[in-house]
Design a protein around this ligand. Structure first.
Ligand SMILES: *[C@@H]1O[C@H](CO)[C@@H](O)[C@H](O)[C@H]1NC(C)=O
Ligand SMILES: *[C@@H]1O[C@H](CO)[C@@H](O)[C@H](O)[C@H]1NC(C)=O
Ligand SMILES: *[C@@H]1O[C@H](CO)[C@@H](O)[C@H](O)[C@H]1NC(C)=O
Ligand SMILES: *[C@@H]1O[C@H](CO)[C@@H](O)[C@H](O)[C@H]1NC(C)=O
Ligand SMILES: *[C@@H]1O[C@H](CO)[C@@H](O)[C@H](O)[C@H]1NC(C)=O
Ligand SMILES: *[C@@H]1O[C@H](CO)[C@@H](O)[C@H](O)[C@H]1NC(C)=O
Length: 411
């Protein structure tokens, strides 16, 4: 029996936290008698006609709530007393099995928590730090509305420092450290209020799957999941959010300014004359449909920004063993509808992809190949695996619905 189950409030008009077992028993008895009295009063209330009294769910619910507050002993007492009490009024009420009825089982609760009364369930959490003292209700003086994560190594310290400064106090800052070096960041004032997660040599999507569960990041309107090698000179996060809201983007990224590496996709290239763009033209033959990736409904995986709802879907699509995230950009469109309107690139707030080899060079050399080659090969392999899994999953779904997927062409 723990102290929580002894927290009794109500009939005494005050809260009691008894320490000695004797005291505890006294309180149980008192509460039991008190609630029994309440029960009888409720019972003899005239408006509650006896014919209506076939153990309505609310009555049972009240009782199970009461019963649950006490030790199993006192709830057993209630259970023993209840049938005879009711029976004296209407025998047919004895037939529902009280032992069963007093057991809590709520199928609409989250899976595994069916035994809990719904009102105690805290199905979501947050990253807001709390104090060890004082009133819990007064812990949070400030609740950031947005989350930004960077996957970092200490070599990119200065770049990340510059990037973090572009995010206001309305952002929670979360760093995923792949090199195990965390205390070295303390020289920055913001590092003390940041959250640091350190696991050796893992990738952005590995961290995202493990530490950004949708029910944990639920308080945030938008979630930025960014690489460490981004130049943010022409970027301001608050302005970015304004544009994303204005244009109804559920999944977005800042436009990519000119860089020495050159760009892979036309879609993510920054346009100078617009706030936001949602489609583009690619090289001939690259797009089977102008509303589909890579011509529309497409952002890359280096600097994506997700709305809460979009992330709830995308998180489920991230595979536990495929950690580089290749191919994910082509599949993001499955999470929003209509994708070509809700996925886009913000031109007015833009970044530069510096393409600094970081985690990409942290592989292991095998068969005489450079570490980066091994990483690159794995990226490609994962892309193919992801595509296969997606198309097999879709086929299985349609077959399950009695639709032959070979009868229509899939995009
Ligand atoms: C007992 O309640 C049932 C309804 O559940 C009703 O049909 C029956 O008439 C009641 N019996 C008496 C004695 O009131
Ligand atoms: C129930 O109460 C009796 C004494 O009244 C005690 O010996 C027993 O341990 C209690 N059982 C539980 C489960 O608390
Ligand atoms: C009531 O439930 C208990 C425990 O589930 C069971 O042992 C008992 O047989 C049930 N009684 C009736 C009348 O169904
Ligand atoms: C959590 O509970 C709240 C309130 O009951 C509900 O609105 C929300 O949808 C729930 N979230 C999940 C993930 O079940
Ligand atoms: C933070 O959010 C509040 C509320 O939306 C806003 O008034 C404030 O300007 C924001 N802070 C900055 C630095 O933009
Ligand atoms: C698919 O096409 C085949 C032949 O083209 C046809 O026999 C079959 O009925 C079609 N299936 C569905 C579900 O339309």
């Amino acid at each position: 029996m723990n102290s929580e189950s002894l927290y009794i409030k109500g009939n005494f008009g005050r809260s009691v936290l008894p320490k000695k077992p004797n005291e505890t028993m006294k309180i149980f008895v008192a509460v039991f008698i008190g609630s029994l009295f309440g029960f009888l009063v409720g019972f003899s209330f005239p408006s509650l006609s006896l014919t209506k009294l076939n153990i309505t769910s609310s009555l049972i619910c009240d009782f199970s709530k009461v019963g649950h507050k006490f030790s199993s002993n006192s709830s057993r007492n209630i259970r023993d007393a209840l049938p005879s009490l009711i029976g004296s009024r209407n025998n047919s009420l004895q037939s529902p099995n009280m032992t069963d009825l007093l057991k809590i089982w709520v199928p609409s609760n989250p899976r595994g928590a069916e035994r809990l009364p719904p009102r105690i369930i805290a199905n979501e959490s947050d990253f807001f730090p709390r104090r060890l003292w004082g009133k819990p209700s007064e812990d949070l003086t400030h609740k950031p509305k947005y989350l930004v994560t960077f996957t970092v190594g200490l070599n990119q310290k200065n770049n990340i420092n510059a990037a973090v400064k572009k995010f206001s106090e309305n952002f929670t800052i979360l760093l995923f450290h792949y090199d195990g070096k965390t205390s070295e960041w303390d020289e920055f004032e913001w590092s003390k209020r940041a959250i640091h997660v350190s696991v050796h040599k893992q990738t952005k999507w590995w961290y995202a799957k493990r530490f950004l569960h949708p029910s944990i990041v639920a308080p945030y309107d938008y979630i930025f999941i960014w690489d460490e090698d981004l130049g943010v000179e022409h970027f301001d996060a608050e302005q970015y959010i304004k544009l994303v809201k204005k244009h109804g983007l559920e999944i977005s990224q800042p436009g990519l300014g000119p860089s020495n590496k050159g760009l892979t996709w036309q879609m993510t290239k920054r346009r100078g004359d617009e706030e936001v763009h949602k489609e583009t033209t690619e090289k001939p033959g690259w797009c089977s449909d102008p509303h589909r990736p890579p011509c529309a409904a497409f952002v890359e995986i280096m600097a994506p920004v997700f709305s809460r709802d979009a992330w709830r879907c995308v998180w489920h699509m991230i595979q536990n063993d495929l950690v580089h995230g290749w191919g994910l950009d082509f599949a993001l469109q499955k999470c929003v509808e209509p994708a070509h309107e809700k996925i886009g690139v913000v031109d007015a707030q833009w970044i530069v992809h510096q393409s600094i080899p970081s985690l990409g060079s942290q592989g292991q050399s095998e068969n005489g190949k450079a570490p980066w080659q091994g990483v690159r090969e794995r990226c490609r392999k994962e892309w193919a695996m992801f595509q296969n899994r997606m198309s097999n999953a879709e086929k299985a779904y349609y077959l399950g619905k009695g639709i032959d997927p070979s009868n229509f062409t899939s995009h």
